[in-house]
Ligand binder design. Structure first.
Ligand code: SAM
Length: 388
């Protein structure tokens, strides 16, 4: 049974387990993640050369099954496309090394509230290994050449048996915190994020609390993967990042959550629809790290060698067919924002007020369409790590 808005509200306000209810917007509706992840698809495809470079570093051994995992797979078709690229590339590498390609197993992993049903409906059927050759499988886009399964759970903890995974992929997920830091929601704390719903332009103490949480989360992520990965395996990680050294300048994430979205929350307060406390007890659990933030954690945790760590310019998170149409730009921004944080907003203020909030995001974004198109750019941290 789906949790009621009141139950969820309790979970959010007490900040107990964000992971129990957090997900991208499921289904196939207008504001669903499945319908608002074309930009992520484009950004991921522009990094395929970096992914292939990482795959080229994976050791080729004679194994009965090669295991690939996507952490934070969500419910759109992006994950299916990327797993297909990974498996096909590895099959070619096995063949080029003169080693008979093993069977492939792909695990799609995300939080338990992820809409795995929508994902499974998008999954192509398994190619008939018995009846067709590997070449036929590779040539066929309508089939998959791997066994598929879902693994629900937080990537900040163990998800797989020891030494069982050859390749981890994770895209656009590691900037999500395991929880909003307690101090950010505590009125008595110097880090209390008064008047804001994100750290864009917040006090330094608020940003420091966010950074500490994110670094501790990444460290937990790496320690878990270290246990699960086979020697010779690799990881390809992409998350939202920033180019500024100042964490209160969150770059593209700052524009997405710190401008029209923030103003829409203020509108609800000014119109008497919610209290200031209600607004101030909501915070977006996202932190866009700098390269330095990322590097410090990988080095301190110490299990993985860094092959590549760089900031990659991904481009706009909005895909619009008519950029001159301000209404389309406004709608795209509101839908994009809603697809990634709508579930949290619904839980905090209920679906009806959430609808009001995103309508205001849309009208504000429509009024600033040109500026949005000019300024909204996402940068990503791209990490290629190996376990030697
Ligand atoms: C923006 S989506 C990225 C989806 C997909 N990788 C893509 O490229 O389109 C971020 C995903 O990360 C997941 N996520 C966030 N925190 C997580 C955690 N602690 N453990 C597992 N998944 C998490 C969310 O549920 C969401 O599905």
């Amino acid at each position: 049974m789906a949790p009621s808005a009141d139950n969820i509200n309790l979970v959010v306000s007490k900040n107990i387990k964000l992971e129990r209810m957090f997900s991208m917007k499921g289904g196939k509706g207008e504001a669903s993640y499945a319908n608002n992840s074309q930009a992520q698809a484009q950004h991921a495809r522009s990094m395929l050369h970096l992914l292939r470079e990482t795959l080229d570093g994976v050791e080729i051994n004679k194994v009965p099954c090669f295991v690939v995992v996507d952490l934070g797979c969500s419910c759109g078709s992006n994950t299916i496309y990327m797993i297909d690229v990974i498996v096909k590339h590895m099959i070619k590498r096995f063949e080029a090394s003169g080693v008979e390609p093993p069977e492939f197993s792909a695990f799609f992993s995300d939080l338990p509230s992820n809409d795995f049903n929508t994902l499974f409906q998008l999954l192509p059927p398994l190619a008939n290994h018995g009846g067709s050759s590997m070449e036929e499988c590779l040539a066929s886009d309508a089939h998959r050449s791997y066994f598929a399964a879902a693994v629900p759970g937080s990537f900040h903890r163990r998800l797989f048996p020891s030494a069982s995974v050859d390749f981890f992929y994770s895209a656009f997920s590691l900037h999500w915190l395991s929880q909003v830091p307690e101090s950010v929601m505590d009125k008595r704390s110097a880090a209390y994020n008064e008047g804001k719903v994100f750290i864009q332009g917040a006090k330094e103490s608020t940003a420091v609390a966010y950074r500490k949480r994110w670094q501790s989360d990444l460290s937990d992520f790496l320690s878990s993967r270290k246990c699960e990965m086979r020697r010779g395996g690799s990881m390809f990680l992409v998350c939202l990042g920033r180019t500024s050294v100042n964490p209160t300048d969150q770059g593209g994430a700052g524009l997405l959550f710190g401008t029209h979205f923030q103003d829409a929350w203020n509108d609800l307060v000014l119109e008497g629809l919610i209290s200031t406390e209600k607004r101030d007890s909501f915070n977006i659990p996202v932190y866009a790290p700098s390269l330095q933030d990322f590097k410090e954690v990988v080095e301190a945790e110490g299990s993985f060698a860094i092959n590549k760590l760089e900031v990659f310019r991904g481009g706009s998170p909005l895909v619009v067919s008519q950029p001159e149409d301000a209404n389309e730009v406004g709608r795209a921004l509101a839908n994009s924002c809603r697809s990634v944080c709508g579930v949290l907003v619904d839980a905090h203020i209920g679906e009806s007020l959430s609808h009001d909030l995103f309508s205001r995001v849309q009208s504000r974004a429509t009024a600033s369409a040109n500026q949005i198109l000019e300024q909204l750019q996402f940068f990503h941290i791209v990490a290629s790590l190996s376990f030697t």
